[in-house]
Design a protein around this ligand. Structure first.
Ligand SMILES: [Zn+2]
Ligand SMILES: [Zn+2]
Length: 239
């Protein structure tokens, strides 16, 4: 039997370990170079609002370094705004695979590989933040899965605020929704359990994936209407 530390994602033995590719990662990162090379960290010019690489957006859809989706969100004045979203990685096939292992097979160690990356990013880039709020799952989903993947990423973040935001709109499978329900974005997804905790505070919400922005904008809206001063969003991936 081979000796040595095993990669928490592919379970291969890690022979040589080098860290030149990602300065984010440190010695405790139990992921092999092969797996690491399949990730796509977001770099280069991004949409100032949602953090999507501008190289993926058609040129005619960019206005003042903001993509078309974000220009549309700005027009939805019934929602309290989000300052901006930033994401660490592109949502490529390998990341989908890693998140499946983590979320649906319930392998917490697979997800913990991102913990130090999140805490370092928050310490370094979000100095103005009072609290970090993991996007909650609905009670039903939490019961099925046994843990909230975003909450686990913040295990070592001292200013995590876990039970303040509550999901009231149960996320159903897309197939169960009618087209009308899918496009109706005014359905409230969240409520705040204790307004006093967040009044006048600057907040960072944390989620696994930013796709259309609905979750982030809905969360920011609920927090803003409960008195938060400003809401930022950070996600592991941007699809
Ligand atoms: Zn590996
Ligand atoms: Zn954008």
């Amino acid at each position: 039997m081979a000796q040595g530390k095993r990669c928490v994602w592919c379970e291969e033995v890690m022979n040589s370990v080098s860290w030149e590719m990602f300065s984010f990662f440190e010695e405790e990162w139990n992921v092999c170079n092969e797996c690491k090379s399949k990730l796509a960290p977001i770099s280069g010019e991004i949409c100032l609002k949602c953090g999507r690489p501008l190289s993926k957006v058609k040129r005619e859809y960019i206005l003042e370094k903001t993509c078309l989706d974000c220009q549309r969100w700005v027009e939805k004045s019934f929602l309290n705004g989000l300052v901006h979203n930033r994401s660490l990685f592109e949502y490529n096939d390998f990341m989908k695979h890693v998140l499946t292992l983590y979320k649906y097979r319930g392998d917490a160690e697979v997800g913990r590989a991102f913990n130090s990356m999140f805490s370092k990013t928050i310490t370094k880039s979000y100095k103005c933040i009072d609290f970090v709020i993991p996007i909650p799952l609905s009670i039903e989903r939490l019961y099925d899965r046994g843990f909230n993947q975003c909450d686990l990423w913040l295990e070592k973040v001292p200013n995590r605020l876990s039970n303040c935001l509550v999901r009231i709109h149960h996320e159903e499978k897309q197939s169960k929704k009618t087209r009308q329900e899918r496009i109706n974005r005014s359905v409230k997804m969240f409520r705040v359990s204790n307004d006093d905790l967040i009044k006048g505070k600057t907040l960072l919400i944390l989620d696994d994936l930013y796709t259309t922005g609905t979750t982030a904008y809905q969360a920011a809206d609920a927090l803003g209407k409960s008195g938060a001063k400003a809401v930022y969003s950070l996600t592991l991936c941007r699809s």
